[in-house]
Design a protein around this ligand. Sequence first.
Ligand SMILES: Nc1ncnc2c1ncn2[C@@H]1O[C@H](COP(=O)(O)OP(=O)(O)OP(=O)(O)O)[C@@H](O)[C@H]1O
Ligand SMILES: [Mg+2]
Length: 371
Amino acid sequence: MRSVQRFNKKTRVKSQKERVESGALFVSLKPAGYPLRSSLHEYPEVFENNVFEFYAREQWNGLVVQSGEYLFDRRMFPDFAFKVVNVVPEGSVIGQSTVFLIEDVTSDDIVPEPSNTVHFDDVIGQDSAKHKCKLIMKFLDDPERFGKWAPRNVLFYGPSGTGKTMLAKALANTSDVPILPIKATQLIGEFVGDGARQLHQLFDRAEDLQPCIIFIDELDAIALDRRFQELRGDVVEIVNSLLTEMDGIESREGVCTIAATNRIESLDPAVRSRFEEEIDFVLPDPKERLAILQSNIASFPVELDADVNVTSLVSKTEGFSGRDLVEKILKSALHAAILEDSLVGNRHLEEALKRTTASSLFKNSDEGMFT
Ligand SMILES: Nc1ncnc2c1ncn2[C@@H]1O[C@H](COP(=O)(O)OP(=O)(O)OP(=O)(O)O)[C@@H](O)[C@H]1O
Ligand SMILES: [Mg+2]
């Protein structure tokens, strides 16, 4: 069956009778995926360009194509879309001598993190991590000076909500270099081979942009100990690809990789050993809890009632992470006050505290790891 281009009413489809023998000299296509996504779909790959060319001429013969439009496969992978990147001449007809080129999804498609407003000083405590980040900034400023002594791979680890992602964002914001962020969870769950390819593109992109930082968040999602990896075959492949990329440093002298995890003890030892330094993020002590509470209260859109005693809150929040304090206590108290159209009072904070359990008290279990 003939393929019909959609999303462009202007497209003319010539009748089967007038088969076109010439027209477009050259069409380059980029796999664009399905209009709808489901885990049941296979992501097709063009394996033999010559064979694909015959197939493409046959099924799209007679279509007028413009760059920017989509062509849909109709046979083997119905509705899989290819984006037309280039047509020579523009607006010509696909015929029996049109040459097709399939472009890879390139590393240019990876976009650095947009700027944010988090600053180093906003991260309370975590002094050793901040020292390391300052060193990384000096390195990024002048990578040649460091040579083989460059900071390469650094691991942030520690309980959830202690500022690992926040510090990486502050580093991106404060240094003048791009940071390429990826969540390891993004690498799994789609199609076998996707994760390894994404990683390769990420490191390729970093090579183009150096000096720069790669930030791999939630590393444990892929780099778990082998016995867990075996539960998911594709994860083994991703881990191997990560190891290969981390080892291939020759052409990436200006790249520093930071990864973050809160399950350091279950990381694959091979991955773990690639990090030159493991930086421990710890739960805030009373002084730090006070500073986190105060600095966040300062940005409340509602005023505090005179009865609020932040210091007494500090003694009641032993074991709470920065996230617990901000997201569970302060936010919940603020929302309750806004609903009542009142100032934020002690009762709002006490109520929030009653409803909250410090994350550090949650049972630490490996159940649900892959959910
Ligand atoms: N050290 C800190 N200083 C100030 N605020 C903090 C600190 N730690 C956590 N917070 C607050 O908690 C929020 C969550 O922190 P963040 O996302 O950086 O935690 P994380 O360590 O990356 O956690 P996870 O391991 O779950 O990814 C921050 O946006 C901030 O509001
Ligand atoms: Mg995080």
